[in-house]
Ligand binder design. Structure first.
Ligand SMILES: [Zn+2]
Ligand SMILES: [Zn+2]
Length: 160
């Protein structure tokens, strides 16, 4: 169970036991008992102030309540700003990735082998099976012809 602390000046409540100072008023916070802390946790801001005013026996100044409201509004805005920046960063990265992907695709396309004789990209890959079939049909001559060659140009018929 974390220690609950309350600011007697602005009614701010901290559930973190490490922060012994009110972030709004910079004054020391007052520790609240277990039962009171539990009650406070379930109260909304207005009720909490009422509870505190009852406990302290004097009203909490409107100025401090407003200061507290402004403080959290600002924190909220900062958080929103941070989230917005994060989203934009993510979007930029996604765009970058898309560009990179497109570039790679284009590179792959440019890397398509071309026939050194006629420049055609209409090539057929010579597979091991083709070689085996050729060896069976034409003996070693046909196999040697294809040895070390990967492509056959469908346009001019050259192998390379
Ligand atoms: Zn305070
Ligand atoms: Zn060719």
């Amino acid at each position: 169970m974390r220690v609950k602390l309350i600011c007697e000046s602005c009614g701010d409540i901290e559930f973190d036991g490490d922060n012994y100072q009110c972030p709004i008023c910079n004054i020391n916070l007052t520790k609240v008992g277990f039962i009171d802390g539990h009650k406070l946790m379930r109260m909304n801001g207005k009720k909490r102030i009422q509870w505190l005013e009852n406990k302290l026996g004097h009203p909490i100044s409107e100025k401090m309540i407003n200061m507290r409201r402004e403080y959290y509004k600002k924190q909220d805005e900062e958080e929103q700003q941070r989230l917005k920046e994060e989203r934009e960063k993510y979007k930029r990265k996604a765009t970058q990735n898309a560009i990179e992907y497109g570039r790679r695709l284009l590179e792959e396309k440019n890397n398509v082998p071309k026939c050194p004789i006629c420049g055609s990209t209409n090539l057929k890959k010579i597979t091991i099976t083709t070689r085996v079939v050729k060896t069976a049909a034409f003996g070693t001559i046909g196999a040697i012809d294809d040895a070390g060659k990967t492509y056959k140009c469908e346009n001019c018929g050259s192998k390379f």
